[in-house]
Design a protein around this ligand. Structure first.
Ligand code: NAD
Length: 260
């Protein structure tokens, strides 16, 4: 159903973005992957996705907070494959501290990457989608776009911003073949969360296993992580014809976190 479509997935060298990229590739979508990391590792992953799923995969090292680099990443997709049909704005970072001590540079970085990066990618992709009358913009928000948690002021502000921004994009493009939605994951076991588990273990003098259990019990009633592949399958559904009338929504995939 998605075979032959062309997608950019930001922040897809790791975690959720890599999972989304693999699911889209498995459904025949050509990809531009993006993100930071070891050059040889990224090239190996790029080649693996292309060989395993028989799709075209290019890599952009764009920093999603830099307008010219984001435009070049979108242009790479359009110039290489002829269109951009799916944009997954996934790149994100985290930093935890109370508001009174929150470092201003960390605040600015989280807003620039997690919120402004979504705007920049969307703004660069929209004219191409509007010209063809088709597009799927899928933003990776968070449960923290719907509820708060202590010590995550910048992240919660950015993710609430993504949910609101997506609604506006949905409304401005309603009826044009372009949809825009936010996926709101709860805990997913990625490097971003592993850092928080290690901090919890260190702060409480407990093992990694005990910290992992505590993290889940505190917020996620299922006591199980959501997986990058599950988020990839939801993204693929949102890109499919069946989801043509789903727009402006914020969809939790959170083991019950926001049902409480
Ligand atoms: P991760 O750290 O495993 O991956 C983040 C990716 O973003 C990496 O590929 C990294 O290189 C890339 N990246 C970081 N800064 C970038 C920049 N300036 N420009 C381009 N790429 C950049 O993290 P993850 O857990 O997979 O998170 C992915 C997204 O999912 C984020 O938006 C995060 O907020 C969101 N999320 C994660 C969880 C979770 O539990 N892991 C829950 C809810 C939402």
């Amino acid at each position: 159903m998605l075979k032959g479509l062309n997608a950019v997935v930001t922040g897809s060298t790791s975690g959720i973005g890599l999972g989304i990229a693999a699911i889209l590739a498995s459904k025949g979508v050509n990809l531009v992957i993006n993100g930071f990391g070891d050059v040889a590792t990224i090239e190996a992953e790029r080649a693996r996705l292309a060989a395993r799923y028989g799709v075209k995969v290019a890599y952009s090292d764009a920093d999603v907070s830099k307008p010219a680099e984001v435009k070049a990443m979108i242009d790479l997709c359009v110039d290489s494959y002829g269109s951009i049909d799916i944009l997954v704005n996934n790149a994100g970072i985290q930093y935890t501290e109370t508001v009174d001590k929150f470092p201003i540079d960390k605040w600015n970085a989280i807003i620039a990457i997690n919120l402004s990066g979504v705007f920049l990618g969307t703004q660069a992709a929209l004219p191409h989608m509007q010209a063809r009358g088709f597009g799927r913009i899928i933003n990776i928000g968070s449960v923290h776009g719907l509820v708060g948690s202590p010590n995550k002021s910048a992240y919660v502000a950015a993710k609430h911003g993504v949910v609101g921004f997506s609604k506006v994009v949905a409304l401005e493009n309603a009826g044009t073949g372009i949809t825009c939605n936010t996926i709101c994951p709860g805990w997913v076991h990625t490097p971003l969360v592993q850092k928080q588990i290690e901090a919890l273990a260190a702060a409480n003098g407990i093992t990694i296993e005990a910290a992992t259990e505590r993290l889940l019990v505190e917020k996620q009633p299922s006591r199980q992580f959501a997986t990058p592949e599950q988020i990839g399958e939801l993204a693929a559904f949102l890109a499919s014809p069946a989801a043509a009338q789903i727009t402006g929504t914020a969809m939790p995939i959170d083991g019950g976190w926001t049902a409480q």
